[in-house]
Design a protein around this ligand. Sequence first.
Ligand code: G16
Ligand code: MG
Length: 213
Amino acid sequence: KISACIFDLDGVVVDTAKYHYIAWRSLANELGFDFTKEDNERLKGVSRMTSLDILLEIGNVELDEKTKLQLAEKKNKNYLEYILKMTPDEILPGVKDFFKVLKSEGIKIALGSASKNAMTILKQLQLTDYFDAIVDGTHVSKAKPDPEVFLKGAELLGFSPAECIVFEDAEAGVEAALNGKMRCVGIGSPEVLGKANLVVPGFVGLTMAQLDF
Ligand code: G16
Ligand code: MG
């Protein structure tokens, strides 16, 4: 039985990875090295400071904590410029219709995102009101694959992990769901998300019957 669906944000509801990429690449270039689209894959689902650590490792750059915090802040300012221009047109195909189906079935909807900008993004997309509970990067201390973000979502809704299904696009996120004893639908490619109970390319055409696993 499904009582709640918990959604990751970046890569599931909206493709913010492209804006993260522009902002991280611009920071890398300033520091004197290149940052490829492939490199950017490693940052998906990972927290802001860990993302910076991975970026610096790629560029072979070592910095003190204070400088790192300043650079993360700088990247985020740049990223926010893109985020604040987003419109509801950028909601990924099928997401809104799927939310409507869940509502009509009485299934609760929660957000489980690593992003500290999640509230701003949901507002830009005019999706805030669809969510019965929101857990984001400002509420958790342990990053995915730790299940904290999803367990908090389930708890806020008042359901056990076994009553929830998580939707994730990142391997660390799929692992987080499974670590929390939740079922998981991977959004993306089976090669990356193979551990999920079901992997689909997106929400278009996804039916409730498919979630019966
Ligand atoms: C997202 C992205 C990550 C990003 C993280 C933190 O997580 O996938 O690439 O580094 O949020 O974002 P911010 O800098 O906005 O706090 P999720 O969990 O929504 O996929
Ligand atoms: Mg994601």
